[in-house]
Design a protein around this ligand. Structure first.
Ligand SMILES: *Cc1c(COP(=O)(O)O)cnc(C)c1O
Length: 392
């Protein structure tokens, strides 16, 4: 049996390991100096003013929604083609959730569909308070057009850029928040850079920043100007709202700061792998990922769609063949509204047909910085054999 190839995995260097060990030998394992250094490094990299490191992107989405004042009686819209966390954050805040179907070419939330749905919602008084565009697979949504709609209809934009650190949109880095109030990153090991578990919120707005910092740590402040009544002394703090313990450790932050040195290299390698897949899969009945000429994807995922007009082979057959060859393919994503929990709160199959059609045809192929040409050739040869041998 060939050794397994996962669909994604971290790349850890000797420098990464020694950065973490150095923290373990220091005075601070959490709430120490590594957090601010990591935040500053990411903010500088992206061209945003502020960054708040937390223990996951899920936590980041939660406090971003709270900072945007999302609550009971409000509605949040996102893409059905995402990980459930992009939608769950609305429900954590007691808000309603709804979805905007995807663009058949980019698999991102469709701006035409968003515009149509906003127009309709403005007639019925059901406009969303927040919209979360998800930069699926690392490719940016059309932020300029979404930002124009946010000005027209008055919603806040939180970008879910869990797949997209290191990518660009037009002449901005993803994470600059040039077209949004806040942007969220994930540092889970399958993502572009990792801290084990971890996430971050970026913003250019000082009041959102202060709120995010408080929500990360119990809603507590040490700032006298925010306190009710007098400051009792140097030990004193007040809890002025309901927050959480969503803090990142210094070990994680040190790993993140070390990883970011190789971020551009990681993304360049992902582009090389993508180009190679594009070239070597070109003659097969597969749709390879379309790339907007105005952007630079972080290429978190490389996914192909079975082209039903060119083959009778099914996604399931190709998936099983690759898995049987010890190749860890995956499917991103099961449309959020089709999960039993979402069906229990009123969604039904067929509501967002483009995302469901896409889901029935897609496979994510192995894509990570340390994937070798030899490993990639193995993936490609299994796919070629599948189509030639049995189904073409
Ligand atoms: C991974 C992911 C998340 C959640 O990230 P965690 O850091 O694991 O909480 C949220 N949204 C998207 C689109 C993701 O891919």
């Amino acid at each position: 049996m060939n050794s397994p190839i996962p669909y994604g995995r971290q790349s850890i260097s000797k420098e990464d390991i020694s950065a973490v060990v150095k923290v373990l030998e220091s005075d601070w394992l959490t709430q120490g100096p590594c957090i601010e250094r990591f935040e500053q490094t990411v903010a500088d990299y992206c061209g945003a003013k502020y960054a708040v490191a937390v223990n996951s992107a899920t936590s980041a989405l939660h406090i971003a929604c709270l900072a945007a004042d999302l609550g009971e009686g409000d509605t949040l819209w996102t893409s059905p083609n995402t990980f459930v966390a992009s939608a769950n954050c609305a429900l954590y805040c007691g808000a309603q959730i709804d979805f905007v179907d995807i663009d058949p070419r980019t698999y991102n939330l469709s701006v035409e569909e968003l515009e149509r749905k906003l127009f309709h919602a403005s007639k019925t008084g059901k406009l969303p308070k927040t919209v979360i565009p998800v930069h699926f697979a690392g490719q940016s949504c059309e932020m300029e057009r979404i930002a124009a709609l946010s000005r027209e209809y008055g919603f806040t934009i939180i970008e879910d850029a869990s797949h997209a650190i290191g990518g660009r949109y037009s002449d901005t880095k993803i994470g600059s928040c040039a077209f949004s109030a806040m942007t969220v990153f994930s540092f889970h090991p399958v993502k572009i850079i990792t801290t084990g578990e971890g996430g971050m919120v970026l913003t250019n707005d000082p009041s959102l920043y202060n709120k995010l910092v408080r929500l990360r740590s119990h809603g507590i402040t040490r700032d006298s100007s925010l306190m009710v009544g007098e400051n009792h002394g140097p030990w004193y703090y007040q809890q002025i709202e309901l927050g959480f313990n969503y803090r990142m450790t210094d070990m994680q932050a040190a790993l993140g700061t070390s990883q970011i040195r190789r971020l551009d290299e990681f993304v360049a390698k992902r582009h090389e792998l993508a180009k190679r897949y594009d070239r070597l899969l070109a003659d097969l009945p597969l749709v390879v990922p379309w790339q907007h000429p105005d952007g630079y994807s972080a290429f978190h995922l490389y996914l192909v769609r079975i082209n039903g007009r060119q083959t009778k082979a099914s996604r399931r057959q190709l998936f099983d063949t690759l898995r049987a060859a010890n190749i860890g393919v995956n499917v991103h994503y099961i449309p959020v509204h089709t999960h039993p929990y979402y069906q229990s709160i009123g969604f039904t199959d067929g509501m967002f047909p483009e995302s469901e059609r896409y889901y029935s045809e897609a496979i994510s192929l192995p894509m990570f910085a340390d994937l070798t040409d030899v490993q990639q050739d193995r993936v490609i040869s299994v796919i070629c054999e599948f189509f030639k041998g049995k189904f073409c």
